[in-house]
Design a protein around this ligand. Structure first.
Ligand code: HEC
Length: 112
């Protein structure tokens, strides 16, 4: 799990270097996605498949993040509302605004 997270940070870092770390929107996006990947690994991967190739069992029911990203209407606004309030059957996972934004950037990256 730690190795996987390190890989995402590594990939985001290389991506950020490649386009120049000058505060460009793309670099910000890459940083958000990397932070979101870390949040997903830590807080979501017990129930959701959060990346292609994730190993380890998850319960039946919760959709993998790549599947959620492809469902119609899973906009940033929808995901913000979903993650900000208790929304059964998913138990509420308390997240900071920053964690919500980054994990949404990460989920949405599967729809690109
Ligand atoms: C204890 C198990 C559990 C954990 C932990 C969990 N989820 Fe869920 N999640 C569910 C269940 C159950 C559903 C409802 C089934 C579905 O929509 O696929 C769900 C649904 C969702 C949905 C809505 C899917 C949709 O299309 O409407 C999103 C988005 C989501 N989870 C994101 C997250 C994120 C982000 C985290 C980590 C911060 C997380 N979940 C952690 C169980 C969990």
């Amino acid at each position: 799990m730690i190795k996987l997270t390190a890989r995402y940070f590594g990939a985001a870092f290389i991506f950020a270097m490649a386009i120049g770390v000058s505060g460009t929107a793309q670099a910000d996006d890459a940083r958000d996605r990397a932070a979101g990947a870390a949040v997903a690994q830590e807080l979501c991967s017990g129930c959701h498949i959060v990346a292609e190739g994730q190993s380890g069992p998850v319960p039946d029911g919760p959709a993998p993040f790549p599947v959620i990203a492809e469902r119609p209407g899973r906009t940033v606004g929808y995901l913000q509302a979903y993650l900000s309030a208790p929304t059964p059957p998913m138990p509420h996972v308390p997240l900071s605004k920053r964690e919500i934004d980054s994990v949404i950037a990460y989920i949405r990256s599967f729809a690109d």
